[in-house]
Design a protein around this ligand. Sequence first.
Ligand SMILES: Nc1nc2c(ncn2[C@@H]2O[C@H](COP(=O)(O)OP(=O)(O)OP(=O)(O)O)[C@@H](O)[C@H]2O)c(=O)[nH]1
Length: 412
Amino acid sequence: MRILVVEDSRVVSRILQHLIAQELGCEVDFAEDMLSAEQLLKEHKYFVAITDLNLPDAQNGEVVTLVQSHQTPCIVLTGSLDSQQRKRLLQLGIVDYILKENRFSYEYVVRLVKRLKRNENVKVLVADDSLVSRKFVRNLLEQQLFQVIEADDGLSAFEILQSQSDITLLITDYNMPGLDGFGLILKVREIFSREELAIIGLSSDADESLSARFIKNGANDFLQKPFVHEEFHCRVLNTLDSLDMIRKLWEQANLDYLTGVYNRRYFFGLFEEQLEQIKLKKSSLTVALLDIDFFKKVNDTYGHDVGDEVLVEFSSRLNRLFGQHFTVSRFGGEEFTVAFKGLNEDKAFSLMDTFRAQLEAEPILTSQGPLTITVSTGIAGFTDGSLDNLINRADKALYDAKELGRNLVCIE
Ligand SMILES: Nc1nc2c(ncn2[C@@H]2O[C@H](COP(=O)(O)OP(=O)(O)OP(=O)(O)O)[C@@H](O)[C@H]2O)c(=O)[nH]1
């Protein structure tokens, strides 16, 4: 990523240089006037340009059209802005404008660039039956580099969300034929939690209670139409920042910090919830408990860091083989589980024995050279009772595998 800063004040340039180096660590070019900006724009492709409006050789914001003529998104950083200038800039389709008021202004610019970088990978679905409204919202989102998908009613929005699980934000109007905004949110929230999908409601309806009703029904935020560009951008930014924060918290609570696979807490949360269904439907749940053999020796011989490298590669192999269809978790230390929902013990045995043989045959490449690692595994199938009981039985089988010489899979 390369950024262009067009600014005649050395002080402002220095502040930006410091913040960009600290927060973004990307390449930055500085131009003090429009002529040098033009030269740089011819030489490089910029991810975004941050420009002052009043430059020594262009005092009326001409630099904005210059930047845009190079298909470069433009953020305006200016000392002052009257309402006419503001209107003109918004019509030109800049990403945003920021007034140089205090240090927070510069921090906001950097936060905005960070967000823009992430936005490139964020899919937003806009559900609105009005073509004009939809296009208006699409334009605003595209200025912020989002990938935009449109739906012209609630039902097709719901279908799109079901078929494209990588959509991060839904912006939905209230009044739509077939399925309105509330109906859509209710259906969506049955499938997608708040950490999976953020929702912003929109309406031009005069009903004052609408915003609260939207939020009570599962929306993260609400905007009354007509809204100004700036408010729209701030709301979207805040909603996505909160979503990122919620996701981060969720990951910290449910994923293992070293290997990235699920942790023990996630395993128990998931299967405690599913246990009644499994009992009711008499479907199978088989658990494999894995423990790397003589792992202490790896640490003692090569050091803890190499031990960590082994754990990371071991879990990534487990995840590659089983992660798509089954649940791989790290229970702690060098102990992992694979939960095979819908498989009996014999099938799980055969899969785990393949994994065991592959692990033994393919040494793990570490910074201290290749290491041959083996694993012992105990398998147990759910019959009745609790998850703890299931794990204890798998643990007994694991104990047998260790006792019988390791590098083995045993069934309880
Ligand atoms: N590098 C590293 N080591 C860990 C981590 N968590 C636990 N360990 C180490 O894992 C080792 C487990 O050793 P033991 O329980 O004695 O078992 P073992 O050496 O694998 O022997 P067997 O299980 O009997 O085959 C200990 O030395 C722990 O310090 C970790 O996150 N990173």
